[in-house]
Design a binder for this molecule. Structure first.
Ligand code: SF4
Length: 369
């Protein structure tokens, strides 16, 4: 099974921490963007006739910011051009400040059956400082419109002057309003973002403080019935994100739109992040990819290990053996011995102990040759 990702790079305004491909001033290019993206979808579909897709994900940017007819059109085209599994998971990212009843109706008609809502923090002062376009009340209204749907909520930790009370309020509100999935992201102040100067000034919480917020959140989520299945992702009733789990299992995916990445037949490739270049290349019947690499030999193994160890499922020995024709515990016996205090070893799998999952990068790196 494979996934389809569609990038919608338009937003009402730029959040202070955002380093995604999102362009608040480019909404005028929306029509042209979708027109050429439909072209890209058709081109790629010709080469992917043998693949079956299990998930579709509209991410951004803010997919709910553009007119809903574009999402409907894109989904209709995707259903025509690709083999989509009947019970596929079809997700749309949604900003609470951009949603209406009419939009939700058309999304559902388009086949969207999962919504990922960006709350970030249930504190209006903080939302304003982050330059989010919505309030906590907008979030409550959005969740009411999505009542009964499969909903995930994004919450951030590590914000300037953030308190545990604020985090608790955000998590409880998402839970009370019916979220069955929560993604808990630690703020990363990337170079080039508005937030980066705060990072340089030392105005953001220290790594230890953020780790403490994380532990606090994990415990609270657990008492509310959410299980952690990946370092930043928690769900109830088995409602994990099939789309994201596919990434962590090193499954294949095809991405459309600016900056979208793909991984097909052991080749990773990425589209240009510039809207004008993207439109220009497709208007001239060229693929918009600007980077491509084939993943060979041991690099495949390392990727598999790195991704699998992010999850609480860990590395399943039979899956490793099936892919690489060797036994994990034989090939990596020395590393496993060295990292024993951090690992849980079972008959059929190996995983990072719960208490070390947050710092998994330091452990995973040891598996590189
Ligand atoms: S809504 Fe999301 S993509 Fe848009 S600017 Fe904010 S963080 Fe970036």
């Amino acid at each position: 099974m494979a996934g389809i990702y569609i990038h919608i790079p338009f937003c009402a305004q730029k959040c202070t921490y955002c380093d995604f491909a999102s362009y608040p001033r480019e909404i005028g290019k929306c029509e042209a963007y979708f027109a050429v993206m439909y072209k890209e979808i058709k081109y790629r579909a010709k080469t992917l006739k043998d693949k079956v897709f299990d998930t579709v994900y509209f991410g951004g940017g803010t997919p709910s910011f553009v007119n809903e007819k574009f999402i409907y059109g894109a989904m209709k085209l995707i259903s025509q051009e690709f083999k989509i599994k009947p019970n596929a998971e079809i997700t749309l990212e949604l900003n609470p400040g951009t949603i209406t009843e009419e939009k939700v109706k058309l999304y559902k008609k388009a086949g969207i059956n999962r919504f990922s809502v960006g709350l970030q923090c249930a504190d209006d002062g903080m939302l304003q400082r982050l330059n989010r376009i919505h309030t906590t009340d907008d979030f409550v209204s959005a969740m009411k419109l999505l009542d009964g749907e499969n909903v995930s909520v994004d919450i951030m930790i590590g914000l300037e002057n953030q308190t545990k009370d604020q985090i608790e309020k955000s998590i409880r509100l998402a839970n009370d309003l019916g979220a069955s999935h929560i993604s808990l992201y630690s703020l990363k102040a990337e170079e080039g973002t508005i937030m980066y100067s705060k990072y340089l000034n030392g105005d953001l919480p220290s790594e230890d403080e953020v780790a403490d917020f994380y532990d606090f959140s994990v415990k609270l989520l657990s008492t509310l019935g959410f299980s952690r299945y990946e370092v930043s992702n928690f769900c109830k009733d088995g409602k994990f994100s099939r789309h994201n789990l596919n990434y962590w299992l090193r499954g294949e995916y095809i991405g459309f739109g600016v900056s979208a990445s793909s991984f097909i037949d052991e080749r990773r490739f990425t589209n240009t992040s510039k809207i004008d270049e993207y439109i220009h290349l497709l208007l001239n019947d060229k693929y918009p990819e600007i980077f491509s690499e084939n993943i060979e030999g041991d690099e495949r193994k390392f990727e598999f290990i790195m991704l699998a160890l992010r999850t609480t499922r860990g590395i399943v020995f039979s899956e490793y053996e099936e892919r690489f024709g060797e036994k994990f515990m034989v090939r990596f016996s020395d590393r496993v011995k060295m990292l024993m205090p951090y690992l849980e070893i079972y008959e059929d799998c190996i995983k990072i102990k719960d208490e070390y999952l947050y710092v998994q990068n330091n452990i995973i790196i040891q598996f590189m040759d």
